[in-house]
Design a protein around this ligand. Sequence first.
Ligand code: GLN
Length: 284
Amino acid sequence: MGVTFADLLRQGAARLFEDGLDNARGDAKLLLLAAAGFSGSDFILREHDMVSDDVRASYEAMITRRAEREPVSKILGVVEFFGRTFRTDSRALAPRQDSERLVEAALEASAGQSAGRVIDLGTGSGCLLLSFLQERPAWQGLGVDISPDALSLARENADHMSLQDRVRFLEGSWAVAQDQLAEIDLVISNPPYIPTGDLDGLDPEVRRHDPALALDGGSDGLNAYRDLLILLSERLRSGVPVLFEIGFDQAELLKSLAEGHGFAEFTVRKDFSGHNRVVGMVQQ
Ligand code: GLN
């Protein structure tokens, strides 16, 4: 016997609700629209139509992935960030809305400088770097990541946004970019900053579906900053702004580490929940 779109929505929502998801019906609806290729208004017109076996199978596979706590964005393969659509999947950390504050800070730090070179250390999906380059059409970008998977996703995003001629990607640990740093006018970075002991307490959406490499900041969460501050203080020209995303309680710790490496002119920006999220500083 056939089922209708409305039946499938009810069944999927019930399954996600039983599995403890907060937004079971909303998630089920987004997945059903994607499986059917519908817009919201198509759904209203067609909710009592019968569903084809193909659409049903693909919807049920998506519901199973959501029940395993994969975020809707990664199931759909796309997410909106800074007003643009990025591909997202298991290859890199999912773009977070809170990280949009880092792009805003970078735009502010580069205001009045029509052309320049920006480096993104730990570029992941490329969402920070590519958003910045979209807003600053005369700038060139360099994205560094140790993960070849992340870089393959970042390259797809760059191609999709027609930015491939203004961005280069380098695979390796932080120091792979050391020879380029003297030419750089702005540094942005959202490195791994979760203390290792806190990883188990993260939401399953993050713990199971974001790469641990993008999250694990060592025993106190600050390992990446320590390495980056040494490298940057040795190689950057003076006056170059550096902007880091941080964990909600890391602003003071990072400031005092950075002071020890000769950085000054600190600024702190909050995220949409009111937590400190971005620390800016300038190489002296
Ligand atoms: N903000 C991310 C989270 O809360 C962590 C990102 C990172 O470690 N850079 O899961």
